[in-house]
Design a binder for this molecule. Structure first.
Ligand code: EPZ
Length: 417
């Protein structure tokens, strides 16, 4: 089993180049099967979630050519087969195949998706989107059989701005007959990246990135090339690393607007940040002030950076408060931060962080992807050695994290025990 060993205290200086966005790439790859010819996607991160999706593509008979960060997908010869439970459960994004196959073949059989255990994560809003377009959903335990005699444009008012439900409804609506309106849509940049990809194939999608999206179905989607946007959550994680122990640490190849909710918070705390065209330079400063954070959908503060910033809040003077409004179980990192010397109390969906506290290296566990990232950040500043186990969670979502941090001065290694 893989573990990560970190000896804390080294200043981080130099440049970290950000990879393509995991949460965009994992939607673009399934969306590619809607294309009646081949689709080429650039800047795809080399992480295990992508491998899992390529496994599904190959299982369906698609041609997948991977060359570094470029993937060429030819779906002209795919066959619509039931996707086995084991593959469906590997990641949350497997359910994008549910909508892509439904959109392409009007029938799909697969299982409830996997993903980090940070809450119940139902898919009721995705199913609501499918039904609004004329699909019938048969549930048998966690197996779903979804069919439609015809997919017709419909009206969907999402109960909450769900990223997955927004993308899934777009994928089914792209080739449906007529026009679909999604109200209360999620506005994440990854949704815009997916909509642009489909429009490059000839789809007719307007309003992605706003709370109302209109999709006019088309018959054919032709070949296209597209690029994954930079990963704003990876970028945010390393920007926080710079705030913790950076000395003019440059985080480059980013879209600064996508991390604004974080950088504005960091400036409030007292972090020194210089912003360029497609980069930021971050340095650790002294006397950080506590602050309050409430996680919201984009452009609010992202839930995926809630656990990473908790490490920084342990270094702020005073009591910081985090209100987690998106997931019901996203504080599993706190137990391990407290084991390292932090002072954090949880009350329902709020965490209270008393700082500053000195962190000491300990053996800890990554319970989910972003909790793991939080513990890596803690290891970078803790005195002594931190050993993190269960790190496959981390390797799913952060391309080359060991090399990226090692190259800027961290004493970090992957232990294959
Ligand atoms: C995407 O998950 C991301 N994952 C998550 O990132 C991210 O935290 C989340 O969006 C919110 O930004 C991928 O893109 C693969 P949601 P998704 O549907 O689409 C509830 C990471 O760390 N909900 O916006 O699953 C749900 O339970 C991961 O990279 C319903 O109740 O998120 C959650 O509480 C973690 N019914 C909230 O809405 C539904 O049908 C947000 O879920 C759908 C969602």
């Amino acid at each position: 089993m893989n573990k990560i060993r970190i000896v804390g205290g080294n200043k981080l200086t130099g440049e970290i180049k950000i990879s393509g966005a995991k949460n965009s790439a994992v939607a673009l790859i399934p969306a590619a099967i809607l294309c009646d010819e081949d689709a080429t996607i650039y800047n795809v991160p080399n992480i295990s979630d992508i491998d899992a999706l390529n496994e599904i593509l190959e299982y369906l008979g698609a041609g997948v050519k991977r060359d570094g960060e470029t993937i060429k997908i030819d779906s002209s010869s795919i066959v619509n087969k039931k996707i086995p439970k084991g593959i469906s459960k590997k990641l949350r994004a497997s359910y994008y195949f549910m909508s892509a196959l439904l959109g392409k073949y009007k029938k799909v059989e697969m299982y409830f998706p996997g993903g980090c255990s940070i809450g119940a994560r139902p898919i009721d809003q995705t199913l609501k989107g499918f039904k609004a377009l004329g699909a019938k959903v048969k549930e048998d335990g966690d197996k779903y059989t979804i069919t439609a005699d015809e997919l017709k444009g419909g009206y969907v008012y999402l109960d909450m701005p769900s990223v997955g439900a927004t993308i899934n409804t777009i994928l089914v609506a792209a080739k449906a007959k007529g026009t679909t309106i999604i109200e209360n849509a999620a506005k994440e940049p990854e949704i815009v990246n997916v909509a642009t990809f489909l429009n490059n194939m000839g789809a007719k999608i307007v309003g992605a990135g706003t709370s109302q999206i209109k999709i006019t179905g088309v018959d054919k989607l032709h070949k296209c090339v597209h690029e994954v946007i930079p990963d704003r959550i990876e970028a945010g994680t390393y920007i926080i690393a710079g705030a913790l122990i950076g000395e003019r640490l440059k985080i480059s190849n980013i879209i600064t607007e996508h991390v604004e909710s974080l950088t504005s918070k960091l400036i409030e705390i007292g972090v020194k940040i210089e912003e360029g065209e497609d980069y930021v330079i971050v340095s650790r400063a002294d006397n950080y002030k506590s602050t309050n954070i409430k996680t919201l959908g984009y452009p609010g503060y992202p839930t995926d950076l809630q656990q990473p910033i908790t490490t920084l809040l342990t270094q702020c003077t005073g009591v910081s408060e985090i209100e987690e409004t998106v997931y019901e179980r996203r504080f599993q990192n706190v137990e391990y931060l407290n084991k390292m010397g932090a002072e954090i109390k949880i009350n329902d969906n709020k965490a209270f962080i008393y700082g500053p506290t000195k962190l000491k290296g300990k053996s800890v566990t990554a319970t989910d992807l972003r909790a793991g990232a939080c513990l890596v950040l803690a290891g970078l500043i803790a005195t002594g050695e931190t050993i993190i186990d269960n790190v496959d969670h981390i390797l799913r979502g952060y391309e080359n994290i060991i090399k990226k941090l090692g190259d800027v001065g961290a004493e970090i290694e992957l232990l294959d025990i």
